[in-house]
Design a protein around this ligand. Structure first.
Ligand code: C5P
Length: 241
């Protein structure tokens, strides 16, 4: 079902605004994403509120720190009831392994399912030129994505966050069962904004994305409910021809 695949990004600074969006979409959208903005403004209450409404929560805080700190943050994230948590894969193998171990231990201790853990590869707002210039490298961006995906898998993570344009690369390196979550998704009828490596929702799903993350095309639309339904319809039409 297509609505298992859509994660709506709630990039608000008021819990009230996020709740309004859940009121509008909650009867047909299962997954919502809490990022740095909402979490910094509203804290773990935001995760608990949405979990109590029966929603699945992707806690998108993109941890990147020493292994001990990330392990502690992931354990705290698991305790909120989040279903998916991410970290920057560039934090390294040891950091990601510590995160996996902490999530396992916390889930066992609380007798809850372990949250899915994802490595962020290269942000979808970065294009080839700014990657090479920013990191002072001649390496191709897709090669770096492949390397970070492989590292995430080796560390015991469940998948990665990557651009829809890199799904084929990640699948080749990490196989079919490794989760791929793709932001950088834009229906043809909306603006790209700051996103660079983008495709449409149906192209992302066709390419093999397990989940697509969509924020502003839905939350910034005049009618968010209609926008989300249009996106789901587009995915459905392509996946059930
Ligand atoms: O509004 P938009 O659809 O661009 O939102 C995309 C969401 O996905 C944002 O919340 C952003 O923080 C997040 N994200 C991203 N690129 C990544 C990881 C997460 O755009 N690589």
């Amino acid at each position: 079902m297509a609505n298992d695949k859509l994660i709506v990004a709630l990039d608000f600074d008021l819990l009230h605004s996020a709740n309004q969006t859940i009121d509008q979409l909650g009867d047909f959208v299962e997954w919502f994403k809490i990022g740095g903005q909402l979490f910094t403004a509203a804290g773990p209450t935001s995760v608990e509120t949405f979990r109590n409404l029966g929603k699945k929560v992707f806690l998108d805080l993109k941890f990147h720190d020493i292994p001990n700190t990330v392990a502690g943050a992931v354990a705290a994230g698991a305790k909120t009831g989040a279903n998916m948590i991410n970290m920057h894969a560039s934090g390294g193998l040891e950091m990601m392994r510590a995160a996996r171990e902490a999530a396992d231990m916390q889930a066992d201790a609380l007798e809850i399912p372990r949250p899915l853990l994802l490595g962020v590869t290269i942000l979808t707002s970065i294009d080839e030129w700014s990657f090479q210039r920013g990191f002072d490298t001649k390496r191709k961006l897709t090669d770096q994505v492949a390397y970070l995906a492989e590292l995430s898998q080796k560390a015991g993570l469940d998948g990665v966050v990557a651009s829809p344009l890199e799904i084929e690369t990640v699948r080749r390196v990490c196989g079919e069962r490794f989760l791929i979550v793709t932001p950088g998704v834009r229906p043809r009828w909306t603006a790209a904004g700051d996103q660079r490596r983008i495709t449409t929702p149906s192209e992302a799903v066709d390419a093999g994305a397990d989940y697509i993350v969509v924020g502003r095309p839905i939350t910034g639309a005049g009618n968010p409910r209609e926008a989300a339904k249009n996106i789901l319809q587009e995915i459905q039409d392509r996946s059930d021809p």
